[in-house]
Write a protein that binds this ligand. Sequence first.
Ligand code: AMP
Ligand code: GLY
Length: 450
Amino acid sequence: MEIINQLQPGPDGRAAVYTKIIKGIEMEHPKEATVLVVGGGGRCHAIVDALSRSPQVGKIYCAPGNAGIAAQAECVPFKETQVEQLRDFASERGVDLTVVGPEVALAAGIVDVFTAAGLRIFGPSKAAAVIESSKDFAKRLMAKYNVPTAAYRTFEDYDEALEYVRNGSFPVVLKYDGLAAGKGVVIPETFEEAEHTLKDMLLDDKFGKGKVVVEEFLTGPEFSFMCFVDGERVYPMALSQDHKRAYEGDKGPNTGGMGAYSPLPFITREDKEYAMEHIMKPVASAMVKEGRPFKGVLYGGLMKTPSGIKVIEFNCRFGDPETEVVLPLLKSDIYDIFCAVADGTPMPEIKWESKSSMGFVMASEGYPGPYGKGHVIEGLENALSDPDVRIYHMGTAEKDGKIITAGGRVLMVIGSGDTLKSAHDKALEAVQKIKCDNLFYRRDIGWRVL
Ligand code: AMP
Ligand code: GLY
């Protein structure tokens, strides 16, 4: 009997179809898709975990991944910014879909490079990723299209910026106009502090060479609104909230995020509708009009101020650590969603669990300042004994069969439950089972809603 195997692209951007021709009898059955996830933190662990729940996905690669991701994907040692090497890898291994986590890869043009090689990839082009990589671009876009945000002015000149700040009110918000790993925003309370920061940003180039956006200080609860976006098409995810300050009581320096939860009881259905109609959809459509159509996850960092919902920032990718609490609530097959956006094909209905999710970040002592690495972590299995608990690795490595710390933020422990309180209790119980002599966490994640 003669058997010929043929690999063909599947209809509607679904997994490739494996056609077996046995002496003229054609049998079709779906080939399990091979996916590459670019990135290595907790966000990518959550993406890998969501993909591994898809019945369509077979092999998952993650570049570079980490010790936790290695349990669910084959980690390959590329840096996120080695875009040409990643393209060659994807093409050699027959990767059906690549999903990009971090902004550095997007700003490095990974999507353009993959697209030029005919490879399917989920994420915005370099031209669209500027919505995050340049705060000045984002502010000009919002001004042009009447999207509600804080009043601002952009400066290149130190003396002019200083003069403007001298005549303004405090606190004032100073934003470095470029990627700064969540550390490019300083909110001085006094003129002297502002002078110091402007000097760092404009004279000494401590963040790199770039402009400074000086912004009006807004007040109110912040929240993260992530949407899957394909040009004009915008599909909302569950809302979430991050905790940016390092210590309890929202004290201490800004971090990449110390915990998160979803959903948000203080944001009403009307608020979400407003944010969708006046912020997310108009911005997606503005990007099309500007010749920079956005594909991927558009992240609105929004604030519910006394005068309405306003934009604090946009990101061009999944939020971290918001993704770690949001994706566990996704009921639909994420592979279908990624492919629908990447291919511009019809989006299936996106369904969410009506559950709550809350996560605690365990970070190295000293973070976000200097910290040590290589401390052994124990108790992970024990913490995972509750089926409502997930642990996503943010910065870990493996050494001699043991998991060790390898980053500032190390683990995120997520609980899910019928209420935010039960999600909180499950996550906190699990966190307490994890033993390491160099990790700290905030016990007050979710204080606003508990
Ligand atoms: P960003 O990196 O733009 O998200 O800013 C970091 C943090 O600075 C935000 O999460 C806010 O807490 C704060 N922030 C930024 N812009 C403003 C603003 N205009 N008013 C008040 N707080 C702000
Ligand atoms: N959680 C904030 C961010 O992803 O930028």
